[in-house]
Design a protein around this ligand. Sequence first.
Ligand SMILES: Cc1cc2nc3c(=O)[nH]c(=O)nc-3n(C[C@H](O)[C@H](O)[C@H](O)COP(=O)(O)O)c2cc1C
Length: 216
Amino acid sequence: MSSLRDEIKKLREDFTKGTLNDTAVNPDPFQQFELWLSQAVEAKIPEVQAVTLSTVSPEGKPASRIVYIREFENNQFWVYTNYNSRKAKDMLQNPNISLTFFWPDLERQIRIEGTVKKADKEKSDTYFKNRPRESQLGAWASNQSGVLKNREELETAVETIRNKFEGKDVPRPEFWGGFEITATYYEFWQGRKSRLHDRISYSNEKGNWIIKRLAP
Ligand SMILES: Cc1cc2nc3c(=O)[nH]c(=O)nc-3n(C[C@H](O)[C@H](O)[C@H](O)COP(=O)(O)O)c2cc1C
């Protein structure tokens, strides 16, 4: 175990793959996001659509977990989840959230902050309709973030739902759907040598994106 601790302490990667210049970035952060996302797809970053979503409870307690970004358009991002889950309860009471992408092979991090609201029902319906049937059944069967007695309880719930919808389309449960995130802040981070990283932030002031370079 002490060798594990020594090993972790010793890990020290120098980042050398790229640079980021405040005069060369796109003046529109969403376009800069799309550029980096397309480069991450090209680089075959695994689970490129996975992002850390951080929420805050009404009491001010933060919590983070990975979700998938499913759609993105014009400073808006959509994620899908159970409306009774811990994250949904947080977001329904406190709309302030953040998203963090980390793409190690490109030595890049993107931080996004913004506000969130429930997606339109039609959007959630369309997304749900296109999910694989097993995922649709899973959405019905899992009371996400609730406590289970054991694994069997979950599997029995899936079987019950499977029987209920046998031979029929699986409708979207009212308690499952999308959240629409509107970005008001972005930060693009490119790892550089000796911890002297490039950080370029965009904050929205009265409808204009203001670009700043931040100290690493
Ligand atoms: C790669 C990955 C992708 C995930 N995508 C989603 C997702 O799109 N929606 C979701 O509700 N949970 C997703 N999860 C599960 C969440 O991380 C989390 O366990 C779950 O949503 C419950 O979180 P909560 O109790 O904070 O609400 C994903 C987990 C991983 C590791």
